[in-house]
Design a protein around this ligand. Structure first.
Ligand SMILES: O=C(O)CCC(=O)C(=O)O
Ligand SMILES: [Fe+2]
Length: 419
């Protein structure tokens, strides 16, 4: 099969190494339409009326001013309908963004030997590398990773499979000289912005503004400088293959080249996010999907490349502490809407992802769908189960459920299991 595929690419005049070639069904179409409907939200109301912290204000908090309240509603609608939105007037100075983009441009233009002085290795997952794989296909990109809280504490599994905690430090290149300062200042600005967005997210789910904050006391957030060089076969390779971000939310700055494609929820079509100068693209990650018990979904996206211009982007991945056990929030679950996920530990999840994206493996990496609850009935697993009249017939408390044979049920989302 692989030999056949290789032959076909040679016939087509393939110009990239086989490792970068996407399976046919995942290659980008020649024309991708603009993601016209992704909401662009103006954060100006937060400048005059910042959302208070619980401790800064006697409880209960006063009602939100009408423009902040509308913003919260817009955030909720964007999260539900798209899983993505853009923000403007977010308070991050344009000069700081320019400094980071220039530092990235100068760094990636250095000779490869110099970049490799700060390369990521088996010992330290931070720094420069150009071998990231998404879904086991190599991405057409170079990256530089650094953590927002230096050092980062994370569990790692040893060869014997035992989990221990390790500490990783950022590694900084000597050149360009402003690189480290620009990156560190930018990381602080991203953390500030992320906490503002977290409050909006929380309010949009009818929760107190600081409901999520404790999860981020020892955050494992990190930033990535991405460079996608011009690609001779943009029809075969991708800058980043289709994926969902695993963390809580991502804050992305892209330059004016464009290439970020989002899988539109209403029809599953890939659409491209139009660059807006100085705007940020925000997307919901898997953790928010689990916390919200699927009210907000983490949406698939990818990066298309082109043969003419290299592209730069800088994502900030807002991640909780490694010891966080991720589970649907109690306030967002009840008998009618039981928790849809088993608990999972964020540090172990991150660790498994970090190992699997460094090199090609022969298995799929860990997904939140692995933690989706299943309910057992005879030899069927169920996700949802209703009586014929449409009423839920049992309260799923996270344990396998056996329903007596005489009950008539309508099976939704079931699959046969191997006994
Ligand atoms: O470069 C981009 O536009 C997006 C990158 C991305 O999705 C990621 O690194 O997770
Ligand atoms: Fe992503």
């Amino acid at each position: 099969m692989e030999v056949l595929q290789m032959k076909r690419h040679q016939k087509m005049g393939q110009l990239v190494d086989e490792a970068f070639v996407q399976p046919a069904e995942h290659r980008p179409k020649p024309v991708i339409s603009d993601a016209g409907g992704i909401p662009v939200l103006d954060l100006t109301p937060l400048i005059l009326n910042p959302i208070p912290n619980d401790g800064d204000h006697p409880l209960p908090l006063p009602p939100l001013p009408p423009d902040v309240s509308s913003l919260v509603a817009e955030v909720g609608a964007a999260c539900r309908d798209w899983g993505f939105f853009q923000i403007v007037n977010h308070g991050v100075p344009a000069e700081l963004l320019d400094r980071v983009h220039s530092a990235a441009g100068e760094f990636f233009a250095l000779p490869i030997e110099e970049k490799r002085r700060v390369r990521r290795g088996d010992e330290n997952p931070l720094g420069y590398y150009d071998t990231e794989h998404t879904k086991n296909v190599r991405d057409w990109k170079e990256v530089f990773d650094f953590t927002a809280n230096d050092p980062i504490i994370t569990p790692v599994s040893s060869d014997s499979g035992e989990i221990r905690t390790d500490v990783f430090w950022n590694q900084w290149p000597e050149n360009p000289p402003d690189f480290r300062n620009a990156c560190e200042e930018y990381a602080e600005a991203m953390k500030n912005l992320a906490f503002k967005l977290l409050k909006l997210l929380s309010l949009s789910l009818d929760l107190p503004p600081n409901r999520f904050k404790p999860f981020f006391v020892d955050q494992t957030s990190f930033l990535r400088l991405n460079y996608y060089p011009p690609c001779p076969s943009p029809d075969l390779a991708l800058g980043v293959g289709r994926h969902k971000d695993p963390g809580a939310l991502s804050i992305l700055s892209q330059d004016d080249v464009g290439g970020l494609d989002v899988k539109r929820k209403i029809d599953g079509e890939w659409v491209r996010v139009k660059p807006i100068p100085n705007a940020y693209i925000i997307n919901i990650g898997d953790i928010t999907q689990v916390w919200s018990n699927d009210a907000y979904e983490s949406v698939e996206h990818r990066v298309s490349v082109n043969s003419e211009r290299g592209r730069f982007s800088v994502p900030f991945f807002f991640n909780p502490a490694h010891y966080t056990d991720v589970r649907p929030l109690e306030e967002l679950t009840n008998e009618e809407n039981p928790a849809k996920y088993e608990d999972y530990n964020w540090g172990q999840f991150l660790n498994s992802r970090t190992n699997s994206n460094f090199k090609k493996l022969h298995k799929e990496n860990m997904q939140i769908s692995d933690f989706r609850k299943k309910f057992l009935l005879n030899d069927f697993y169920f996700r949802r189960c209703l009586s014929r009249s449409g009423r839920r017939i049992a309260n799923f408390n996270g344990t396998d459920l056996i329903i007596p044979r005489q009950n008539t049920v309508v099976f939704l989302e079931y699959s046969r299991i191997q006994k």
